[in-house]
Write a protein that binds this ligand. Structure first.
Ligand SMILES: N[C@@H](CCC(=O)N[C@@H](CS)C(=O)NCC(=O)O)C(=O)O
Length: 224
C-alpha cells in the first residue's frame, strides 16, 4: 500500500446468503464511483474477535478504511468521507449536499433497521414459530417505510438530483429485500434499485467482493 492508496477490510469468505451483501460492498462501490484505486486487506472468516480486528473496529466487524488520514469504521462514515472528496458522489451545492447527508442517514437509521430485522427473523432466528409470529409486523413496518420512500422519490431517478452517496447507501439497504419479494409491491423503488445496480461502478464492486469468495470457496467448503 502506498501512503495514498485506501486499504479496506473485507472477509475472505462468507456463506452463500451473505455473498454480494457484505458491507465492504458499500465502500468498494463508493471508491469505484470516485475512480479511486484501493487495496483490500482480507480478514479470515471466523477471526472477527482477533485483537487486530478489534483494534481497527471496536466490534470486530468489517468494513474499515485506512488511508493517509487514518483509520475509519462504520460504512456510513466511510462512504461519507469518500463522498466528501468526490464530485461523483455529492453535488457541490451546499443545500443539496445537506439533503444527501439526510438521506444517507435515512437509509441507515430509518430504512435499514426493519430490513435488518427481517434478515434476523428469516435467517438467524432458531425459534421458527416465534419468527413467524412477529414477521407480519416487521413486513408491515418495512412496507410503511417503502411507501414513504417511493413517494419521496416520485418520478426522479435518484433521491437528490444525480446519483449520490445517499443513493448508494439506500440501494445497498433495499437490495437486501430482493429475496423477500417485498420490492415487487413498489415498482418505482424496484426500478430505482435496478438503475443503480446497472452502474459500472456497482458491477465492479460486486465482482470484486464475489471474486474473493469464489477463490476461497473450496478451502472453506473443505473445512465445513
Ligand atoms: N454498522 C456497521 C455494521 C457492520 C457489519 O455488520 N459488518 C458485518 C458484515 S456486513 C460483520 O462484520 N459482521 C460480523 C460480526 O458482527 O461479528 C457498518 O455499517 O459498518
Amino acid at each position: 500500500m502506498t501512503d495514498q492508496t485506501p486499504l479496506i477490510t473485507a472477509y475472505d469468505w462468507v456463506p452463500d446468503f451473505a455473498q454480494g451483501h457484505v458491507r465492504d460492498l458499500r465502500v468498494r462501490w463508493a471508491l469505484e464511483e470516485a475512480g479511486r484505486p484501493y487495496e483490500v486487506d482480507l480478514v479470515p472468516q471466523g477471526s472477527q474477535r482477533a485483537a487486530a480486528n478489534v483494534a481497527r473496529q471496536p466490534f470486530g466487524q468489517i468494513p474499515t478504511l485506512r488511508d493517509a488520514a487514518g483509520c475509519l469504521f462504520e460504512s456510513g462514515a466511510i462512504v461519507w468521507r469518500i463522498a466528501e472528496r468526490s464530485e461523483a458522489l455529492l453535488p457541490t451545492d451546499p443545500g443539496l449536499r445537506d439533503k444527501a447527508f439526510c438521506w444517507l442517514f435515512a437509509a441507515l437509521n430509518t430504512v435499514e433497521p426493519p430490513v435488518s430485522m427481517l434478515a434476523v427473523l428469516d435467517i438467524f432466528t432458531r425459534d421458527r414459530e416465534a419468527a413467524q409470529r412477529v414477521r407480519p409486523d416487521i413486513v408491515s413496518a418495512i412496507e410503511h417505510r417503502l411507501a414513504s420512500l417511493q413517494s419521496a422519490l416520485g418520478e426522479n431517478d435518484y433521491l437528490v438530483g444525480d446519483f449520490t452517496a445517499a443513493d448508494l447507501m439506500m440501494v445497498t439497504v433495499l437490495r437486501n429485500l430482493t429475496s423477500s419479494g417485498l420490492l415487487g409491491g413498489f415498482p418505482a423503488l424496484h426500478a430505482y434499485v435496478e438503475r443503480a445496480m446497472a452502474r459500472p461502478a456497482f458491477q465492479a464492486a460486486l465482482e470484486g467482493q464475489l471474486a474473493t469468495f469464489r477463490q476461497n470457496a473450496t478451502r472453506y467448503a473443505a473445512a465445513e
